[in-house]
Design a protein around this ligand. Structure first.
Ligand code: ADP
Ligand code: MG
Length: 349
């Protein structure tokens, strides 16, 4: 079955006075891997649960293809879900957990068994069918939850922070596996995380949420390199937000732009040769430094009082070791890495 587009039209959800979803509209493409990314409390889970049918919005519509599913029961939406805590049945073995959605849909015992085994094999757990859930590691439980979500061959898969309980190496491995599973099955996936690197690794597009609203939706490289606001810039990675007055032209001339600029920490260099002929230059003094294995982090205080964060790859870090607090530091960036953004919004009271 071909995947279908999903349309969210002006969804609104409140809890008392609190607006959890504030007129969210979103067009999800068929077969897309879309990630909802945002800080805790930004409304990601609420949006996902509205899609799944467990949260009833007060206003707005949800369409799957041409069909309005806003008032449809969750089990009639053809959606597989992986919850944050896996939500497996501890008293059933692995196979029974995976068969469950099929039994619920009145699939015969024999067919349910065959399809559950094939879903388990897809997540490399074929040999674990007879185990108790309590005998599995976190990563294995997570795979059982995945198998259970795909076993009835839904056209849409929703995942809410499915990897948050796993340690870093396993998490990074599973990110690639889930993406591969998505590609193999050709289903539309909506994935929730608060981890920007996870979102960048896995997604076709990322929707960045804050306070119940989508602030930007774009491909990973666009969100990272061309954020539309200071919030998105800082949420996506180490961002330096600079006033025009902080910068000079690297060749000694003046800069024409007085715009607010965003430069990523890894795009600042100690060697002017790394920034091209029309680069920018910032002068300051070292405030602190830290060695992180793959890179050095340098904190540089500018005359304006603003602090600059530089990430210098260890392979290019000649001179970092000798730098001491108070030493003058010149930082260089290519002009194309200085991205103009709107001036920061004043913080809401
Ligand atoms: P996220 O998943 O991005 O962390 P949520 O969607 O879970 O955010 O929550 C968004 C906001 O709505 C939070 O401030 C949360 O406290 C609030 N909220 C979520 N569910 C409920 C609920 N059932 N009752 C009251 N407030 C809720
Ligand atoms: Mg959540």
């Amino acid at each position: 079955m071909a995947p279908l587009p999903i349309t969210l039209d002006a969804l609104r959800k409140t809890y008392g006075d609190y607006v959890a979803l504030d007129d969210v509209s979103l067009a999800i493409r068929p077969g897309e891997f879309l990630t909802l990314l945002g800080p805790s409390g930004s409304g990601k889970t609420t949006l996902l649960m509205a899609l799944a049918g467990f949260v009833r919005p007060e206003a707005g519509r949800i369409l799957i293809g041409d069909r309005d599913v806003t008032r449809l029961a969750p089990n009639r939406r053809d959606i597989g879900i992986v919850f944050q805590n896996y939500a497996l049945f501890p008293h059933m073995d692995v196979l029974a957990n995976v068969e469950y959605p099929l039994r619920l849909r009145r699939v015969s015992r024999r067919e349910a068994r065959e399809r559950a085994m094939s879903a388990l094999e897809r997540v490399k757990l074929g040999a674990f069918a007879g185990r108790d859930i309590s005998q599995l590691s976190g990563g294995q439980r997570q795979r059982v939850a995945l198998a259970r979500a795909i076993v009835f061959e839904p056209r849409i898969m929703l995942m809410d922070e499915p990897l948050s309980a796993l340690d870093k190496n396993l998490r990074e491995h599973m990110q690639l596996e889930i993406r591969r599973l998505h590609d193999d099955l050709g289903i539309t996936t909506i994935y929730v995380t608060h981890d920007q690197r996870e979102a960048l690794t896995m997604s076709d597009r990322i929707a960045v949420m804050k306070d119940g609203r989508i602030r930007q939706i774009d491909a990973p490289q666009d969100i990272y390199c061309r954020p539309g606001s200071g919030f998105v810039a800082e949420f996506m990675g180490e961002a330096n937000i600079l006033a025009g007055g902080d910068c000079r032209a690297a060749d000694g001339g003046t800069l024409s732009s007085a715009a607010t600029l965003m430069v990523r920490a890894e795009n600042l260099h100690l060697d002017p040769a790394d920034c091209g002929p029309d680069g920018i230059r910032l002068d300051g003094r070292l405030a602190g430094k830290a060695y992180r294995g793959e890179n050095w982090l340098l904190q540089v205080e500018l005359p304006s009082g603003r602090e600059l964060m530089m990430s210098i790859p260890s392979a290019r870090s000649e001179g970092c070791e000798e730098l001491s607090p108070g030493d003058p530091v010149a930082a260089f960036a290519a002009r194309r890495h200085a991205h103009p953004i709107p001036a920061p919004e004043p913080e809401a009271a």
